[in-house]
Design a protein around this ligand. Structure first.
Ligand code: G
Ligand code: G
Ligand code: MN
Ligand code: NA
Length: 244
């Protein structure tokens, strides 16, 4: 497959770049950090979305070298920011269960010199499908390193609530679809309120993804959501734009 060959070349030639989208705290009214989002600058086809190549990278195992680069580069970039700002990295299921994930993370943290609690790993509910016990063991090992763990795209899985019982996540990222719903009336408010109330009770931070309108922001604030992310605040920015 041509795309697989191209991906291998991209890894060799360093054709990837990280963009950074601001994560904003409504309770503290300040910037809290950035989510790292990978971009592929293909020499012929221009910029390719991760939606197109992450699935293939997962399938072929190339997500391991790519994911390793993402973690190292994200920590390196964060080392150039104000040390009150965190960096969030998406970790895919295959990467999550790879034997040396904790080792790679330790190396990246050490090489960059950042404090481990500035690194946040975003995982999705899908990591629990394979093997709950093993997943829990890995989560605890990561937690022991001092890094933060966020549950991404929350609410879209089959049994979202049961996962909250399984592990004390630091943060729950409320899926964009629930934020989009706020514009359409209906039960949107109630769902946001229920998630934030539950997360508060469990001692977890909340963040609403995909905030595009002021009305959504108002509702999220009213319903007690603590953090937001979305095009209303900022699109993902190139590393140069966030360096300080
Ligand atoms: O940034 P964008 O909206 O194009 O991202 C599309 C999807 O790709 C999102 O689901 C996002 O989580 C995922 N993604 C972006 N960067 C990374 C990355 O570095 N690693 C993994 N595994 N997924 C990523
Ligand atoms: O799956 P994950 O939540 O990691 O993916 C984040 C993706 O959402 C990124 O690709 C990012 O570009 C995209 N994104 C961020 N903010 C917004 C937004 O306000 N609207 C839309 N449509 N997408 C967004
Ligand atoms: Mn994410
Ligand atoms: Na998400």
């Amino acid at each position: 497959r041509q795309m697989e060959l191209d991906l291998r070349q991209a890894i060799r030639e360093g054709e990837f770049e990280l963009y950074f989208q601001p994560l904003y705290s409504l309770t503290e009214e300040r910037l809290k950090g950035f989510e790292a989002l990978i971009r592929w600058q293909h020499p012929q086809h221009g910029q390719i979305s991760p939606l197109e190549f992450i699935p293939l990278a997962e399938e072929t195992g190339l997500i391991l070298p790519i994911g390793e680069w993402v973690i190292r580069e994200a920590c390196h970039q964060a080392s150039m920011w104000n040390d009150k700002l965190s960096v969030a990295v998406n970790v895919s299921p295959k990467q999550f269960t790879s034997p040396d994930l904790t080792g790679k993370i330790l190396q990246a943290i050490a090489a960059s010199g950042i404090s481990p609690n500035r690194l946040e790993l975003e995982i999705t509910e899908s990591i629990f499908i394979a093997n709950v016990e093993k997943t829990m063991a890995i989560l605890h090992r990561l937690r022991d390193l001092g890094v933060k763990i966020a549950l991404d795209d929350f609410g879209t899985g089959y049994s979202s609530l049961s996962y909250l019982r399984s592990f004390p996540f630091d943060k729950v990222k409320i899926d964009r679809s629930f934020v989009t719903d706020l514009a359409n009336g209906g039960n949107g408010h109630a769902i946001i309120r229920a998630i934030t109330t539950l997360a508060d009770a469990l001692g977890m931070e909340t963040l609403a993804e995909g905030v595009e309108e002021f009305d959504q922001l108002d509702i999220l604030r009213r319903e007690g959501c603590r953090n937001v992310q979305g095009f209303l605040l900022s699109k993902p920015l190139s590393a140069l734009m966030v360096r300080q």
